[in-house]
Write a protein that binds this ligand. Structure first.
Ligand code: PXL
Length: 277
């Protein structure tokens, strides 16, 4: 029976519809057992709220890992998102080395930046450490800002295929095996995702909606992981995740003043339907 056990490592933003409050329901809806390791607990996410609390859970990680090893717990896939500190990245790397099954899949979303800027609290040292984590990825899932920070390539909003190719080449040079590059737009009113698997380039394009929502990167990566472990090819998982994210953005547009996240819950049924096709 299909029933993989996934570990996802990212923060709990108590309010904000991102990170674990997205990954847990989305991957569960895909039918996989979803285990969590919170990287930090925040009262809200950091994009648009002020005065949020931040409890860094870095120092809990070695003991949690040791306990899992003692219990013989292992995972078919490990998916990391927003991490709490630079030091934590070493602990996360150790978790990949110890409790991921030898044939398990590693998905790294270097969730640290958007719209040309690092999120509050992250610095160059964090970016450097994230590069080393991406070296362990079977799939790295950056947006354009993250890809530029990881590769040292200048962030541009106007670009062509040659620019995208140069970023892809540099991401592979970091050591990542495959790249799921989100938010790549070659035409007005359109956006899409580049799937570079085994060195082969593919692109799934869809309409760019007029509204954008916070947290869609987490929705995207979670749906990608869920579809991938469900046995979809990387391209199909990337396409399904894109279609689901578009549904979430459309659903959010129906709401008045819902600024801090995307209404992903009402359309979970659509995601399940997409997986069954
Ligand atoms: O969605 C990415 C994310 C996750 N977690 C926290 C964030 C953000 C983006 O701002 O602040 C705490």
């Amino acid at each position: 029976m299909f029933y993989p056990k996934i570990l996802t490592i990212q923060d709990i933003s108590c309010v904000g519809q991102c990170s674990l409050t997205v990954a847990l329901p989305v991957i569960s809806a895909c039918g996989a057992e979803t285990c969590v390791l919170p990287s930090a607990v925040l009262s809200t996410h950091t994009a648009g709220f002020s005065g949020y609390t931040f409890r860094d859970l870095t120092e809990d990680m070695p003991a949690i890992n040791a306990h899992w090893q003692k219990e013989g717990i292992s995972f078919d896939a490990v998916y990391t998102g927003y991490l709490g500190s630079t030091k934590q990245i070493d602990y996360v790397a150790a978790i990949l080395d110890t409790v991921k099954k030898p044939d398990g899949v590693t998905v790294i979303d270097p969730a640290m930046a958007d719209n040309g800027k690092l999120y509050p609290g992250f610095d160059e040292a964090f970016v450097e450490a994230m590069k080393s984590l991406c070296a362990k990825a079977d799939y790295v899932v950056p947006n354009l800002t993250e890809a530029c920070l990881l590769t040292g390539i200048e962030y541009r909003t106007d670009y062509d295929r040659a620019y995208v190719d140069s970023i892809l080449t540099a991401l592979l040079a970091l050591g990542a095996k495959n790249v799921i590059f989100t938010g790549v737009s070659y035409a007005e009113g359109k956006t899409g995702v580049v799937v570079l698997e085994n060195g082969v380039y593919a692109y799934y394009e869809h309409d760019k909606l007029p509204n954008s929502c916070h947290g869609t990167g987490d929705i995207y990566a979670s749906a990608f992981v869920g579809a991938l472990v469900r046995g979809k090819s990387a391209y199909d998982a990337a396409r399904i995740a894109a279609d689901y994210t578009v549904e979430c953005i459309k659903e959010t547009a129906k709401l008045d003043g819902h600024w801090y996240g995307a209404a992903f819950e009402p359309v979970l049924g659509k995601l399940i339907g997409m997986l069954e096709r």
